[in-house]
Ligand binder design. Structure first.
Ligand code: HPA
Length: 298
């Protein structure tokens, strides 16, 4: 639930803004990139970097291995597009409120961000998805939101956006097309799908029965992030491109039966964090190349 009043939250946003500006001066980022699990290497495509630690500007610290906890400012591509990269996102499962996890997006808005590129590691639920594939998110299911956890719950921040926000086209069509065209132009062979991201609170991975439920409900990939950030970005009028890297396949088969005397191997195919980071590392290079070229055109 919310841990700040409207007034306290506005003060936090303004305070973070002035602290960031005191470090980056008149540098004005237009694009924000949120690096998902194992995708922190994206930051390597930024030149002339300036680093701001979350703790120094009143943001919570990232507690997850593979998530660093810093904002990196710099330029991308021949056109020197000014970018702010979030290395180490904040997750709901870390115990943080959705106000805290999405504060970086509000900060982005007040310092001039127009487009956010959100990345994540996700489990493949669609039977056609394989480890290492990419999925451009074209819609989401906010399962956590159905339980009452929505980052826009509470008094509306009216200076950013409306009380009742429409989300039917949250994932920008032109940006998705540009990403896909760029991948083709660069002749990158990695498979790119378009699909629905199913948001769970985590930190546990899904049970077999939950994977089957997610499939039935229309999810193509499942993960523990992204949706709160996208909702807040849309509330601020920021355009969204969101990309899932499929790091494992969700296990949706029936559990082995204890009622037979056959030998069984337990935990086969079960997702784990090491596997997630390894798959992310492999794909990261392709993602970096596509982003560099895509962002250069924004
Ligand atoms: N489930 C939820 N989150 C994830 C997964 C998964 O299988 N893989 C990477 N993040």
């Amino acid at each position: 639930m919310n841990n700040y009043t409207l007034e306290e939250y506005n003060v936090k946003i303004e305070d973070a803004k002035s602290k960031v500006e005191s470090i980056i001066g008149d540098f004005k980022p237009r694009i924000m990139i949120i690096c998902g699990s194992g995708l922190g290497g994206i930051v390597n495509i930024l030149s002339n970097q300036k680093v701001v630690k979350y703790g120094d500007i009143g943001l919570k610290d990232s507690t997850v291995p593979g998530h660093d906890g810093k904002l990196v400012f710099g330029e991308i591509g021949a056109n020197k597009v000014p970018v702010m990269c979030m290395v180490g996102r904040l997750h709901f499962y870390e115990g943080y409120s959705l106000q805290d996890t999405t504060l970086p997006i509000r900060l982005g808005k007040v310092i001039g961000i127009e487009t956010v590129i959100v990345t994540n590691a996700a489990g493949g639920v669609n039977k056609d998805y394989r480890v290492g594939d990419l999925m451009l998110i074209n819609d989401h299911i906010n399962f956590v939101g159905f339980a009452g956890f929505n980052p826009l719950r509470g008094p509306n921040l009216g200076q950013f956006g409306p009380r009742f926000l429409g989300l039917s086209d949250a994932y920008d069509f032109d940006l998705r097309r540009l990403f896909f065209q760029t991948k083709q132009k660069l002749n990158i062979q990695r498979k790119v799908h378009e699909g629905v991201y199913f948001f769970t609170a985590g930190p546990t991975f899904e049970s077999r029965a939950e994977v089957r439920m997610i499939k039935t409900l229309g999810g193509d990939a499942v993960g523990m992030s992204t949706v709160p950030e996208v909702i807040v970005a849309r509330h601020c009028g920021i355009k969204v491109l969101a990309l899932s890297l499929i790091t494992n396949e969700g296990v949706g088969s029936e559990p082995p039966s204890a009622l037979t005397d056959q030998d069984v191997k337990l935990d086969e195919g079960m997702a784990n964090h090491a596997e997630v980071l390894e798959a992310a590392n492999e794909a990261s290079k392709d993602v970096q190349r596509i982003f560099e070229e895509t962002i250069n055109q924004l």
